[in-house]
Design a protein around this ligand. Structure first.
Ligand code: NAD
Length: 499
């Protein structure tokens, strides 16, 4: 085993995977369990025990009790905890990134970038005194001696249920905004990668939020359903696959909660004859193969328009075949493993379906084996399929693996029709130096996040994270102003004074 792989995991994550409720760490039991695996080596890193319904009830009760005082804590004071959280997270950024890389498989650089995108949301939420002020209105003299105000108020306990592919960043899309607005919070992280949240909550613990304001429960399906049905949960934020997002949206709504549920994706990139191909190719391959393709913003179908196709094809193949596959903790790795063997098998079956439907394999990563015997995890080498049409399964379903599907179109209209042929609407990118093509694209594609010469169009924390069609269920998105609206109710106050 190489030196990097031997990096010691911190005591917090090498030990039991604990819940954090009411300011106390405790290991749940009785709800089942799952091993936490290093996907590069198949080594067991820890075991995560799942919380039972009773444990969830206790966490929500604790958060609900804390709400009464927390909501009355001035917002200027609430954000001081977030300033401290930012400092504590920054102190631990490399430690979190290393643990994240071990449990997820992404490179340490990718993990570090992710941690910093999470901290960016803490940063933005530190501006909550100003954010709360915006969008509120008041009108004096609506009638003789009467004034009317709209005042933002927190609602109570919110939960966030998060996926495996960004275990540090996605919890931080929600936690800072929920608590800065005066709500209390319960996180249920992905059971596949629960270690990153242990370290984030070590930072939470260090900050010393009042007990019960920020809580963590580990678990799986039953834990999620207990949260969705709990009468004292006011709202649910979810990020994950579309079928589960729909289930969460419907169940939470049936139980009278506000809900924002971000689902899966199928993103296309279009490269026109006016593109700067040489500059675009590293950006495109970063989008497709970065994070081993396990990214909801990955543009896994790339359409070459008109005569650009041959040059684009050649450069993409060259870039893809030079990528280094390995464990995320090794510094030369560019493509890590997939999260589980099930994921790998799923990607292999999508490649197989593409071949049956007439696509061709230009670069075949299916039989990739790492020369280091200890790296016997769920690897796939960079794969490139050519001749992909929009009616193929591989062009309609999210791949979530290091597979680039190359397609062609005669003109931009045809390319836009292909982009819009899927049920998803998360993201899409165009590569062009032509303003009019870029404008046609921006107005033509049904995607919530659009990149112009940008392959991973992840919005900064002060913008909302877009998503349409089967990629999003709800009204108000994560981050930015939408987060403030999601976590607050604008109460109308009408006043008359007789003396
Ligand atoms: P997933 O849907 O399997 O799991 C997400 C969460 O839901 C986990 O916490 C899990 O415990 C819980 N869960 C799983 N099955 C459940 C069920 N039947 N009932 C109740 N809860 C359940 O997703 P994943 O595999 O962890 O993450 C990958 C997916 O997330 C991809 O589809 C990806 O596109 C999507 N994603 C979307 C965004 C976005 O912003 N739209 C961002 C990141 C990931």
């Amino acid at each position: 085993m190489s030196e990097q792989q031997e990096q010691v995991i911190s005591p917090r994550v090498a030990d039991d995977v604990d819940n954090y409720v009411g300011g106390q760490w405790a290991t749940p039991s009785g709800g089942g369990s799952r091993p936490v695996m290093d996907p590069a080596t198949n080594e067991e890193l820890a075991t995560v025990e799942f919380s039972t319904v009773e444990t969830v009830n206790e966490a929500v009760q604790t958060a609900n009790n804390a709400f009464k005082e927390w909501r009355q804590t001035p917002v200027t004071e609430r954000v001081q905890y977030l300033f401290d959280l930012k400092t504590e997270l920054e102190k631990r950024d490399e430690e979190i990134a290393t643990a994240l890389s071990r449990e997820h498989g992404k490179t340490v650089d990718e993990a570090l970038g992710e941690v910093h995108r999470g901290i960016e949301n803490v940063d933005v939420a530190c501006g909550m005194p100003n954010m709360l002020r915006e969008g509120s209105g008041n009108v004096e003299d609506v009638a003789p001696d009467m004034d009317e105000y709209a005042v933002r108020q927190p609602l109570g306990v919110f939960t966030a249920i998060t996926p495996f592919n960004f275990p540090a960043m996605i919890p931080l899309w929600f936690l800072p905004y929920a608590v800065a607005t005066g709500n209390t919070f319960v996180l249920k992280p992905s059971e596949k990668v629960p270690l990153s949240s242990q370290l984030i909550f070590e930072a939470v613990d260090e900050v010393d939020f009042p007990d019960g304001v920020v809580n963590l429960v580990n678990g799986s399906v039953d834990t999620v359903n207990a949260l969705l049905e709990h009468p004292d949960i006011e709202g649910v934020s979810f990020v994950g696959s579309s079928p589960v997002a729909r289930h969460v949206y419907e169940t939470a709504a049936q139980n009278g909660k506000r809900v924002q549920a971000q689902g899966g994706a199928k993103n296309y990139a279009v490269v026109t004859e006016n593109a700067a191909v040489e500059e675009s190719v590293p950006n495109i391959t970063g989008s497709v193969y970065g994070n081993a393709g396990q990214r909801c913003l990955a543009n896994d179908v790339v359409i070459g328009v008109g005569d650009i196709y041959d040059d684009l094809r050649e450069q993409l193949i060259e870039a893809a075949e030079n990528l280094t596959v390995g464990a995320g903790v090794n510094s030369d790795t560019e493509v890590g493993p997939l999260i589980t063997d099930y994921s790998r098998e799923r990607v292999l079956s999508l490649i197989e379906s593409a071949l049956v439907e007439g696509a061709e394999l230009v670069l075949d990563g299916r039989d990739f084996e790492h020369p280091d015997d200890e790296l016997n995890g769920h690897f796939l080498g960079p794969t490139l399929l050519e001749g992909v049409r929009s009616d193929m399964e591989v062009a309609q379903e999210e791949i979530f693996g290091p597979v680039l599907c190359l397609a062609s179109a005669d003109d931009l209209d045809e390319a836009i029709d292909m982009v819009n042929s899927t049920k998803y609407g998360n993201a899409s990118s165009i590569y062009t130096e032509s303003g009019s093509e870029a404008r046609q694209y921006k107005y033509g594609v049904d995607a919530g996040n659009i990149g112009i010469n940008v392959g991973v169009c992840a919005p900064m924390g002060f913008f909302h994270f877009g998503g349409r069609k089967a990629s999003f269920f709800g009204d108000l998105h994560a981050q930015g102003e939408d987060a403030v609206n999601f976590y607050t109710e604008k109460t109308i106050q009408i006043e008359r004074w007789y003396s």
